[in-house]
Design a binder for this molecule. Structure first.
Ligand SMILES: [Zn+2]
Length: 340
């Protein structure tokens, strides 16, 4: 299912990223021969069609025609979702599953088969590291995520960003799979954030060029055990600066400004109808939680109960409904700095 492309020459790469996307033969694996052919690193990006920063950085790299230090394989999964009009808008093709929720068996539908093909390709390569590069749905600083914690994953994360979120949330994503080497997800920031393109561009250069990839980081902020605030089934959500009568929950339209900024019990997050917190639920990696452990309603308005940090907050109602409103980490003891 992955179309192999081997060592494309710069003159074969179309000038614009849209043309490059349109010229791809579908989901693709681009093989680049490195100086040291005994080692391989894998970059997965465009697993979501609305997250172009990784593809743009790959496009630049291929146009430059530089030789990586080791063999590199770039896997582009959601090419069809990115191509669906309007370009780079759809996370997944309408009516299809989210590719980055399809890496656990059974692999019955097309997305599952593509995920299985990606896994098979990566495992056959026996890479020394795998990075899955994304954009956040909303505007955000960059960060990385790993399942569990180990020195190699910390080191790999620090090659890209200065923040690592450690989770055991199991959603069927690529980073949960045993690939025989360290694997992390990097969220470069929002697709409209210029800083996200810089994170992707510079991260790719380090990942492709540095000989010693997994040396211990000098500084890395760790955040442990994020929870997810999810919409209950059948509840209707939208984003505005006031309550809307035909919605069960309305989240403030500027919620993205809280991404990684500290929020406290006085910060109003949105409006709920008379059923209140019943429209919400908590997704957790280690124990079940009730929404009212962390959030409260006062006169129809939603507030946190305690100091916390949000991330991955979006203002896309479709993504909030199909994925989550945001992730959050309660601050006490959750944040620590590793390294020198
Ligand atoms: Zn993504």
């Amino acid at each position: 299912m992955l179309n192999p492309i081997r060592d494309p020459r710069p003159e074969q790469i179309p000038g614009r990223v849209n043309e490059f996307l349109q010229a791809l033969p579908g989901p693709s694996a681009i093989y680049l021969t490195g100086e040291d052919t005994s080692r391989t690193r894998v970059l997965v990006t465009l697993s979501h069609g609305n997250e172009p920063s990784g593809l743009e950085a790959v496009h630049h790299w291929l146009q430059d025609g530089r030789k990586p230090t080791v063999n590199v394989v770039i896997i582009l999964g959601a090419v069809e979702a990115a191509l669906a009009e309007p370009l780079f808008f759809h996370r997944q093709l309408p009516g299809c599953r989210d590719l980055n929720r399809c890496f656990n068996p059974p692999y019955k539908d097309r997305q599952g088969q593509l995920a299985q093909s990606m896994l098979r390709t990566i495992r056959e390569l026996e890479p020394e590291a795998v990075v899955d590069l994304h954009n956040t749905s909303g505007s955000s600083d960059a960060f990385s995520i790993s399942i569990g914690d180990c020195p190699d994953r910390r080191a790999l994360a620090a090659r890209w960003v200065d923040r690592l979120i450690i989770t055991d949330l199991r959603l069927g994503s690529l980073m949960e799979q045993d690939l025989g080497c360290p694997v992390i997800t990097v969220e470069a920031g929002g697709s409209l954030d210029e800083a996200a393109d810089v994170v992707a561009h510079e991260g790719i250069a380090r990942f492709f060029l540095e000989d010693e990839l997994l040396r211990p980081p000098e500084k890395l902020t760790l955040l442990r055990h994020p929870l997810r605030l999810e919409l209950a089934a059948h509840s209707r959500i939208d984003y505005a600066d006031r309550p809307l009568h035909d919605r069960d929950i309305v989240v403030r339209h500027d919620i993205e400004r809280f991404n990684f900024a500290p929020v406290d019990h006085g910060d109003m997050l949105g409006w709920l109808d008379s059923q209140g917190l019943e429209h919400l639920q908590i997704g957790s990696d280690y124990q079940p939680h009730d929404v009212d452990e962390f959030f409260r309603v006062e006169q129809g308005q939603l507030y946190p109960r305690q100091h916390m940090r949000l991330f991955m907050a979006t203002t896309r109602p479709d993504i909030a409904a199909s994925d989550c409103l945001f992730y959050f980490v309660c601050d006490e003891g959750s944040e620590e700095v590793a390294g020198a």
